[in-house]
Ligand binder design. Structure first.
Ligand code: FEO
Length: 389
């Protein structure tokens, strides 16, 4: 267990054996599920953890409470990685009062259809409500769609802590420091990337508060200078780029499209550009997606396949558009031995994406790289490098 302060304990758990978070995200550094216990005149637990950690979590809660009972359980988010053990908490502390949003209450009933006790002592809570615990008071903030519609956050006034639900979380266990920034971005883009508008609304409210610490449901305690984390969230919410680097994402069958992607990478690096290259059939697609949002320039290269795109390339683009991909410089490379179609299909898929600036002529390869294609790739690299001015 980890102390947040003298009277607040993180009773959450680390998951070091998880293969995929939410059934799709690779988490090589594990995953953290936080739950916080406030010990004051009244005791209050904020959220629970994933069902796989029932014994460890309940033991953490019981030993932290000692011989005290649990007065309140605040549910900020009903996704099962945080809500799965609500009925176990109610079993242990049958008189506990549950505070939850109105949308959360409907989900609580749906997730625990055969446990009437979970809704026995429920108080529906909304933005502006305050829970007094003694020296601590929790001010509730509506945070719909960060990440589900029922989400609430709370601000503890005495210690100036924002309990931020999924926001400001990251992939990795509590202590993992590997690729901290990249794993925070990959988490954000994957989980709440679609909801930039809602994140902006939340930031408008949260930034009026005097926040000393941020306690997310994932990752570690954020304290000290919080400016870098908040700056990142402003960048993400506005769909701004972090820099003018280039992401190249390709799908190749026999290696010729890959060769084109590698040639372009060499040309761009020769021109001083930093390039992140992804084989969409083999590399982590969510890292490629995160990079596509982070950097100003994106090049997508695909073979023409069944008169359309190679499946992993289509999947990549659809992952971008469903997260409101926008404000980028985009270029295309296609390959087609008899009827190249990929460039047109890629552009069609991005038709509803806002503020896309198409750079260079779409390069077409007819089977293998030849001197003309080589020249076109060199010209594309120059157009991308010049587009940053
Ligand atoms: Fe960590 Fe949206 O659950």
């Amino acid at each position: 267990m980890i102390k947040v302060s003298n009277n607040i304990i993180n009773v959450g758990v680390d998951d070091k054996n998880i293969d995929l978070f939410e059934g799709q995200y690779k988490v090589p550094f594990g995953m953290r599920y936080n739950s916080y216990l406030i010990l004051d005149d009244k005791t209050c637990l904020l959220d629970t953890v994933d069902s796989n950690f029932k014994d460890e979590f309940l033991s953490n809660v019981k030993s932290s409470l000692g011989d005290r009972t649990l007065d309140y359980l605040v549910i900020h988010h009903m996704e099962p990685d945080h809500s799965a053990l609500i009925s176990e908490i109610v079993k242990l502390y049958p008189d506990v009062n549950i505070l939850i949003s109105v949308q959360g209450l409907a989900m609580l009933r749906n997730f625990f259809p055969e446990d009437e006790n979970v809704t026995k002592h429920v108080k529906v809570t909304k933005e502006g409500d305050i829970l007094e615990l003694g020296h601590h008071s929790l001010h509730f903030i509506g945070a719909p769609f960060i990440h589900w519609p029922e989400v609430m956050m709370s601000y503890e006034e005495n210690e100036k802590i924002l309990f931020s639900a999924d926001a400001f979380g990251r992939f990795g266990t509590y202590d993992s420091v590997e690729n901290f920034h990249d794993e925070s971005r990959r988490y954000y883009i994957g989980i709440v990337g679609k909801f930039g508008l809602q994140v902006k609304n939340l930031l408008n409210k949260a930034l009026k508060l005097d926040i000393k610490k941020i306690c997310s449901l994932h990752g570690n305690l954020l304290e000290g200078d919080l400016t870098p984390y908040i700056k990142d969230y402003i960048t993400y919410a506005n769909y701004d780029s972090e820099d003018n680097d280039v992401t190249i994402a390709y799908g190749s069958v026999y290696g010729h499209t890959k060769e084109a992607a590698l040639l372009l990478k060499d040309e761009l690096e020769h021109l001083g550009k930093k390039v992140y290259l992804f084989d969409l059939a083999r590399d982590d697609i969510h890292e490629a997606i995160s990079r596509a949002f982070a950097h100003k320039n994106l090049v997508i290269a695909s073979v023409t396949y069944n008169n359309g795109l190679f499946p992993c390339v289509r999947n990549f683009i659809e992952n971008l558009t469903e997260r409101n991909f926008q404000k980028k410089n985009v270029s295309f490379i296609e390959n087609g031995s008899w009827g190249p179609m990929a460039n047109k299909v890629m552009k069609d898929l991005l038709a509803n994406s806002k503020e896309i600036n198409y750079i260079g002529e779409g390069v077409t390869i007819r089977s293998a790289i030849n001197p003309i294609v080589r020249g076109n790739i060199k010209a594309l690299a120059e157009a991308i490098a010049n587009s940053d001015n």
